[in-house]
Design a protein around this ligand. Structure first.
Ligand SMILES: Cc1ncc(COP(=O)(O)O)c(C=O)c1O
Length: 489
């Protein structure tokens, strides 16, 4: 990309073809039109050119002056970046020419230089900072009152008897696998459309994850296909509430009951979601949440095990703390355990975040609704499914591109283009069975779980956090729309 005025500026007498050459050479999607005194008289974007050629009957040889914008927004080198940014977002423009006092182009500012919209961002207020400071000044940095307070807050919110705070969602899954005595050679039925930790949890104990493809609407495990995968070695079903959307837990629990299987609910992404009026985290024999910074609430790193089963809770408490028994001594391990404890700084963060959860989930819902409003008219964009009987707690906002029209490669190109405009986005998830570890271990290949693969090849997670503004959402949506149009010519 170059901002050289000799390249980005074309004379008033130039043709559309000349402007296209300038845009091509500069790598900026706009050409600036200047008069003989080098003063700016108009701008022309690649979109104006397309419109001119396709809709206004212009040809490559038509003068740019016929379709240029004669009243472009401009600024001077002294205009503060915050004003430039606000103007660009408000007017949905991606470039502002900078002029000197004579109206001559000296520079051009691109929105992507001013604005980086991150994929996710935690929501930390002065209250969290204060709570952490309090812990730092207390005698307990670990094994203290904050973890217990956090556990009680989450258990009450979800409506379960026991909550055990741990240092990650992955640790929580491991503890549940151990607590339910899942071991070498056992099989755990789960989804290939998830974060890898949900399947790895079985591997930790040399059990085998057995994948069942997903429902294309909900993106969660398809209960209709579970029973045919059950063998005498099956011990558990491990559904994942993908992106916060609850899996069909009634159907899953019925199958589990019939075959005497345990249900481990991976609710890492679903704090606050509900299925038929019951909260995620209370729907299986045991469940976990994750509190990584992109989650609904964060503790930096962290997780929580939830269960109504007292024995399971006791085992998890013991195993997260080196296998010590509650009330037992420091050097008195009674079983194999780990250090999966959540420290007090994390727990203090969690306590404050839980006190704000309703407000935070509401903000997330507003952001999601605004996205849906701005995106729903864009052809070939599939917005997230919201079904009956479920309450969505928004973890991420993931759209899908029409898989009939956009290839995986084109999806990559769109993510790249969004990045060029300062917008972080990513594919989410990629199929677990096709990750190198699983290919090496189990020989999976493309086509093994076609729905998961089709979905995984077409998703884009857009920037999503509590404080995303409507102007930012509009900017992301408009940029996505332009990128889709550009890719499909
Ligand atoms: C579905 C799912 N399961 C498990 C985990 C693991 O949680 P953690 O990163 O806290 O270990 C995550 C984390 O993102 C997740 O999304």
């Amino acid at each position: 990309m170059t901002k050289d005025p000799n390249i980005i500026c074309v004379p008033e007498s130039a043709t559309i073809k000349d402007a296209m050459a300038s845009i091509h050479e500069s790598g900026i999607r706009v050409a600036l039109i200047v008069n003989d005194d080098k003063k700016l008289v108009g701008v022309i974007t690649d979109g104006d050119i397309r419109e001119g050629l396709l809709l206004k009957g212009k040809t490559f040889d038509s003068p740019v002056a016929e379709i240029m914008n004669k009243n472009p927004t401009t600024a001077t080198k002294d205009t503060p970046a915050s004003i430039l940014l606000e103007t660009m977002l408000e007017k949905s423009i991606y470039e502002i020419p900078i002029l000197n006092e004579d109206g001559i182009v000296t520079d051009i500012i691109l929105l992507s230089e001013l604005k980086q919209i991150p994929l996710a961002k935690q929501d930390i207020t002065a209250k969290e900072v204060e709570a952490i400071n309090e812990v730092l000044n207390s005698p307990y940095l670990s094994i203290g009152p904050k973890a217990e307070e956090f556990e009680a807050a989450v258990a009450k919110y979800v409506g379960v008897k026991h909550a055990v705070a741990v240092n990650s969602g992955t640790s929580g899954l491991h503890l549940l696998v151990r607590a339910f005595d899942i071991k070498d050679g056992d099989e755990v039925i789960t989804t290939p459309f998830s974060f890898i930790a949900s399947a790895n949890a079985a591997l930790f104990e040399r059990a085998k994850p057995i994948f069942v493809d997903i429902d294309e609407k909900t993106l969660c495990i398809d209960p209709a296909e579970i029973e045919e995968k059950i063998t005498p070695r099956t011990k558990a079903i491990l559904p994942v509430h993908a992106f916060g959307y609850p899996a069909d837990m009634d159907a899953i629990s019925e199958i589990a009951k019939k075959h005497n299987l345990v249900v481990i609910e991976d609710a890492a992404e679903a704090l606050g979601s509900a299925y038929k009026g019951r909260k995620a985290g209370s729907l299986g024999d045991g469940a976990i949440f994750g509190f990584y910074p992109n989650k609904q609430i964060t503790t930096g790193e962290g997780g929580m095990v939830l269960t109504d089963n007292e024995e399971v809770a006791k085992l998890c408490r013991s195993m997260r703390n080196q296998g010590r028994e509650e009330g037992g001594g420091w050097f008195n391990a009674v079983r194999l355990g780990y250090n999966y404890r959540m420290h007090e700084l994390s727990a203090a963060l969690g306590v404050v975040q839980m006190s704000r959860i309703d407000e935070m989930l509401q903000r997330r819902m507003n952001v999601a609704n605004l996205y849906t409003t701005h995106l729903k008219s864009i052809e070939d964009v599939i917005t997230p499914y919201l079904g009956p009987d479920t309450k969505m707690s928004w973890f991420v906002y993931v759209i899908r591109l029409n898989p009939e029209k956009f290839s995986r490669k084109e999806r990559g190109e769109i993510i790249k283009r969004l990045g060029e405009h300062g917008i972080s986005s990513r594919e989410y998830f990629s199929s677990i069975h096709l990750q190198p570890l699983y290919v090496q271990m189990f020989g999976y290949k493309e086509g093994d779980f076609p729905i998961t693969e089709r979905v995984a090849n077409s998703t884009i997670a857009l920037p999503f956090h509590n404080n995303l503004t409507e102007a930012e959402i509009k900017y992301v949506s408009d940029t996505l729309k332009s990128a889709l149009e550009e890719i499909k010519g």
